[in-house]
Design a protein. Structure first.
Length: 157
């Protein structure tokens, strides 16, 4: 896929517990791709950013939320917590050979506790387009954006 084909576009939507004011989205960034999540709460924005991460690989709507994987991480601030969260998801995707489509995220101070729901990769059905290697600190941003929150960064593909 050329960089021109990966311009900013809404990510396919998937179910989350909190309905975001904006759809999760990806944005072009050189050879890499940005992921962005909007939500009425910080946790919802992190869940939406995770859906955007999945959308880099495949359409999240095609991923069945049959298996739950628990994820915990900690960081000194919200931006680094997003970085840790997305990298924890990349690790789980790679080591379990799974894709996730739904996320239940709770954030308490500097700690995140989440359940990621998904299924093993089925190459024929999911048709993964790229492999995400990891989240980066490039364009890493977590902030209030009325009416809620926005969480974003660039991921290495």
């Amino acid at each position: 896929m050329s960089n021109d084909d990966r311009g900013s576009r809404p990510a396919p939507t998937a179910a989350t517990d909190d309905h975001a004011a904006h759809a999760p989205e990806t944005f072009a960034h050189g050879a890499d791709i940005g992921v962005r999540g909007h939500g009425p709460t910080l946790a919802a924005a992190f869940a939406a950013a995770a859906v955007a991460l999945t959308s880099v690989v495949t359409d999240p709507a095609g991923v069945r939320p049959t298996t739950a994987v628990e994820i915990r991480c900690r960081a000194p601030d919200a931006e680094l917590l997003l970085f840790e969260w997305l990298n924890a998801l990349v690790y789980e995707m790679a080591t379990r050979r799974m894709l996730f489509s739904r996320y239940e995220v709770a954030i308490d101070g500097d700690e995140l506790h989440a359940l990621a729901f998904g299924e093993p990769v089925d190459r024929e059905r999911h048709q993964p387009t790229v492999e995400v290697k990891g989240a980066t600190c490039t364009e890493l941003r977590v902030q209030r954006a009325p009416p809620g929150w926005v969480a974003q960064c660039v991921v290495d593909v």
